[in-house]
Write a new protein. Structure first.
Length: 354
């Protein structure tokens, strides 16, 4: 890619000529295609496996609040992989937006909404785990409560993006620049800056800070469980809580790191347009890499889950062998019931096992 500054007054094809495309310099874009394809396969296979496990075992171990939230994440990741990723790849290898602005608006709005829904879902999972651990299993979310919360999250995520997009030409223009084209204006009005700052702060930074604080407190509480709590819950339930918290923490940090470059791009576009124009080709490289990393999380999430979670690992293996519920899980459930008694069994049934 050369360093010729693009002529922003010309059409999209001129933009593609400015810093290279798959027709001018195919080698880096072939690697880009391979990266997208690898993450696409990881996402489709991994998330379909997670969804299949939860659906097939819906009447057994997986009918718990945490697993329904994991199901919601897997569904979001499938939407991102099947809708957002192909459009982003086509844009990146061509160097310009290949379709009309209506598709651009839909693509930008839904991609933004998916990211918000994903972050809020992980926040809900954190609150659910914290509440269960802090109350020693006495107060946990029920399945109906979680399903209602998930519906509210979807509604909030969609309305937060769709309403401003429909109501404001400025927001539509900003989303067009962020997601589709490289037609950067020399400056933006205050509405652009407020909208970008609101999305980044309230749906990315603040939720992550809250999640970080809750997980830190959660780890402290798990280490400080007293003898009474250990006797009531049982060591197996406490170890399982620790494992669940560890897996969810890894998923949250992975999300933050994968999506951070995209939010940096949004901030740069809103607050440092002149710098982007002066270093356009460098920004375009960073822009492409940022989207590869962001969309890669859709494949990373199920891989981490199936690799680290004994329950999902066993269930995935059993699904390959056409069985509904692993015999090992049945034996484990029976042993816990015999060991713990009625009250402990009731408590452990409310503590998701992973």
């Amino acid at each position: 890619m050369n360093s010729v500054r693009p002529n922003f007054s010309n059409q999209s094809w001129t933009e593609a000529q400015a810093c290279g495309n798959i027709f001018q310099n195919p080698t880096p874009f072939i690697f880009l295609i391979l990266a997208y394809f690898a993450f696409f396969i990881m996402s489709i296979v991994g998330n379909m496996t997670v969804i299949g496990i939860i659906i097939r075992n819906n009447r057994n171990k997986f009918r718990t609040p945490v697993h329904y939230m994991i199901f919601n994440l897997a569904l979001i990741h499938l939407f991102i992989s099947c809708f957002s990723s192909p459009l982003a790849l086509a844009r990146d290898i061509l160097g310009y937006w290949f379709a009309n602005m209506t598709l651009c608006t839909i693509y930008g709005s839904l991609t933004n909404a998916f990211a918000i829904i994903e972050m809020l879902t992980m926040g809900l999972m954190t609150v659910e785990r914290y509440r269960a651990v802090a109350s020693h299993g006495k107060h946990v979310f029920t399945v109906p409560q979680v399903l209602i919360a998930i519906a509210i999250i979807w509604l909030l995520g969609l309305l937060t993006v769709v309403i401003p997009t429909i109501a404001s030409n400025s927001v539509r223009a900003t989303q067009t620049i962020v997601y589709c084209t490289y037609h950067f204006k020399p400056s933006y009005n205050i509405n652009d800056l407020i909208y970008t700052a609101t999305i980044v702060i309230f749906f990315y930074m603040i939720p992550f800070i809250i999640i970080l604080a809750l997980y830190t407190s959660l780890g402290y509480k798990l280490r400080r469980y007293n003898a009474e709590a250990r006797q009531r819950l049982g060591e197996a339930a406490i170890r399982n809580n620790s494992k669940v918290a560890e897996i969810l923490w890894i998923l949250t940090v992975s999300f933050f790191l994968c999506w951070l470059p995209i939010f940096i791009c949004a901030i740069l576009i809103a607050f440092s347009v002149r710098g982007i124009i002066d270093h356009f080709c460098s920004f375009r490289i960073f822009f492409i890499i940022a989207h590869v990393l962001g969309f890669s999380y859709a494949g990373v999430n199920p891989v981490v889950l199936i690799t680290l979670s004994d329950v999902y690992k066993s269930a995935a293996w059993q699904c390959c062998r056409h069985k509904v519920l692993p015999a090992a899980l049945k034996r484990n459930n029976t042993q816990q019931s015999l060991h713990s008694g009625g009250r402990t069994e009731e408590l452990q049934s409310n503590i998701s096992e992973m």
